[in-house]
Write a protein that binds this ligand. Structure first.
Ligand code: BGC
Length: 415
C-alpha cells in the first residue's frame, strides 16, 4: 500500500512536469488557397498538423495571387495581432523581416537538415541575415500554356511552340467560334501572361535585365515594345466578359471546352486534377514559347506572436511543411513539384516531370529565373509599379511605345 501510494505520487509529479513543459501546438494560418485544387492541397497540411496534435485556426483570404491576403496581413500586423503562420514568399519575406516581426525558425531548419535537401536557389529565399525565416512548400512554374485536348484536336491544332504559332492557332480558333484564350482581367493575371510573353520575346538574359536588374535600356528596348505588341494581340483573343474573372473560372472555361488555352502557373493543373481531368488526355501542358523557367516558390513565414502553444505550433508547422511525405502529397494536389530534391517523382504526372527536367536544365544553363508577377524577383513597390503599367496597357488602347515609356518612368519612380 505504501509502495503503491509512493508510486502514484511519483507518476503524478512526472505528469505535472511533463504537461507544463509540453504546450499544445496551435497555429492560426493565413493563406490564399481557396480554389478547388488549392483547398484540397492546404487540407493536406491541416490534416497532418492535427494528426500531430496541433490545433489549426484557418484564416483563408480569397483572391488569386495573394494581393488580398497581403492587405489582410498588413492590417493584422499593424493592429498588433499577427497570425502565427503566413503564406509569404520571395523578397516580401525579407521586407517583413526588416520590420522585425518574423520568428527565427533556424532551430527547426537545422534539426531537420534543410540545407542538405533544398536547392541553394530556394534556400536563399528562405534566409534573412543568415537565419532561416521561412519554410518552402513547393516550386510552381509560371510560364505554362494549358489547353483543352479535344478542342485542339477538333481544330487540327498542335501545342504552339512560338508566339507566332500561338497567334495563328488563336486566329483559327476565333474563326471557329471558340474563345482562344481564357483569361481573368485581374492585375496579377495580366502580369502572369505578360511575364510569360516577356520571357519568350526578351530571352532569359533580357528577362533578368528587365525584371531582376530593372535595367532602363532593356525596359525601353525594341524587344520590350514587341512584348507589349504581343499583349495587345492577346487582348484580341479573350472574351468580352474577362474583366475581374477569377483564374480558376478561366481554367474551368478550358476544361469545358468554351476556351482553348490558358496561360497560367501550374496551380491551374491543380484545378484540372481536382476536377478529375487527366493530363495528356483531357488537357495538355507545354511551356510558353521561349527558353527558360519562371519559378514561384510558395513558403510560410512565422510571425513573432509569443506564447508556448503558438511557438510549438510554429515549430511543428515548419517541420511538417518541409517533411518528405508532406512535400509529395501536397504537391501531387497543388500542381507544383516538391522544393526538396530528394522526393521521388514516380507518382507525379508528365507535366510535373517536364517541370522538374526543365528546372534542372534551366538551372544548369542560367535561365532559371524568379517570377516577377508572383513576387519572387522584386520588392513590392517595384513589382507593383510594373504591374500597374501592364494592366493599364492591357485595358486601354495605349500604344506599345507609350507603354515602355510609362514602364521606365514607373520603375524609376518606385526606387
Ligand atoms: C501562388 C499559388 C496560388 C496562385 C493562385 C500564386 O501566387 O504561388 O500557390 O495557387 O497564386 O492563387
Amino acid at each position: 500500500m505504501i509502495r503503491f501510494t509512493a508510486l502514484a505520487t511519483l507518476s503524478a509529479v512526472a505528469l505535472t512536469a511533463a504537461s507544463s513543459a509540453w504546450a499544445e501546438p496551435k497555429a492560426e494560418v493565413l493563406h490564399w488557397w481557396t480554389s478547388g485544387g488549392e483547398a484540397k492541397s492546404v487540407a493536406v497540411l491541416q490534416q497532418e498538423f492535427s494528426a500531430n496534435g496541433g490545433t489549426w485556426t484557418d484564416m483563408p483570404v480569397a483572391g488569386g495571387g495573394g494581393d488580398a491576403a497581403m492587405t489582410a496581413l498588413r492590417a493584422r500586423v499593424l493592429s498588433g495581432n499577427a497570425p502565427a503562420a503566413v503564406q509569404l514568399k520571395g523578397p516580401a519575406i525579407q521586407e517583413w523581416y526588416e520590420e522585425g516581426v518574423l520568428a527565427d525558425i533556424s532551430a527547426v531548419a537545422e534539426a531537420e537538415g534543410w540545407a542538405d535537401v533544398l536547392p541553394a536557389s530556394i534556400a536563399g529565399h528562405m534566409k534573412c541575415d543568415g537565419t532561416w525565416c521561412a519554410a518552402p512548400v513547393n516550386v510552381h512554374r509560371v510560364d505554362w500554356i494549358w489547353a483543352n485536348a479535344d478542342v485542339l484536336k477538333a481544330n487540327g491544332i498542335d501545342m504552339p511552340t512560338t508566339w507566332d504559332e500561338f497567334n495563328a492557332a488563336a486566329e483559327k480558333l476565333k474563326a471557329a467560334g471558340i474563345i482562344p484564350l481564357a483569361h481573368g482581367g485581374q492585375a496579377w493575371q495580366d502580369a502572369t501572361v505578360f511575364e510569360a510573353a516577356a520571357l519568350g520575346i526578351l530571352g532569359a538574359e533580357g528577362f533578368h535585365k528587365a525584371f531582376v536588374e530593372l535595367d532602363a535600356d532593356t525596359l525601353t528596348s525594341d524587344a520590350m515594345v514587341k512584348v507589349f505588341d504581343q499583349m495587345r494581340t492577346l487582348r484580341g483573343y479573350v472574351d468580352d466578359n474577362f474583366s475581374g474573372r477569377d483564374w480558376n473560372l478561366a481554367t474551368a472555361m478550358v476544361m469545358n471546352g468554351e476556351a482553348a488555352f490558358q496561360i497560367m502557373g501550374d496551380w491551374a493543373k491543380g484545378e484540372f486534377l481536382a476536377a478529375g481531368k487527366v493530363p495528356g488526355q483531357d488537357f495538355l501542358c507545354a511551356s510558353t514559347p521561349g527558353d527558360g523557367f519562371l519559378y514561384n516558390v510558395d513558403s510560410f513565414a512565422m510571425f513573432d506572436v509569443g506564447g508556448a502553444d503558438k511557438e510549438a505550433g510554429q515549430q511543428l508547422l515548419a517541420k511538417l511543411i518541409v517533411g518528405k511525405n508532406f512535400q509529395k502529397v501536397f504537391n501531387l494536389n497543388k500542381g507544383s513539384i516538391p522544393a526538396r530534391t530528394d522526393v521521388a517523382l514516380d507518382e507525379f504526372d508528365s507535366c510535373a516531370h517536364l517541370s522538374a527536367q526543365d528546372m534542372a536544365d534551366s538551372s544548369a544553363n542560367g535561365s532559371l529565373l524568379p517570377s516577377y508577377a508572383h513576387g519572387m524577383a522584386l520588392r513590392g513597390a517595384q513589382s507593383g509599379a510594373i504591374t500597374d503599367v501592364v494592366t493599364a496597357h492591357f485595358n486601354s488602347d495605349m500604344s506599345s511605345e507609350d507603354a515602355v515609356k510609362m514602364l521606365a518612368q514607373a520603375v524609376a519612380n518606385s526606387m
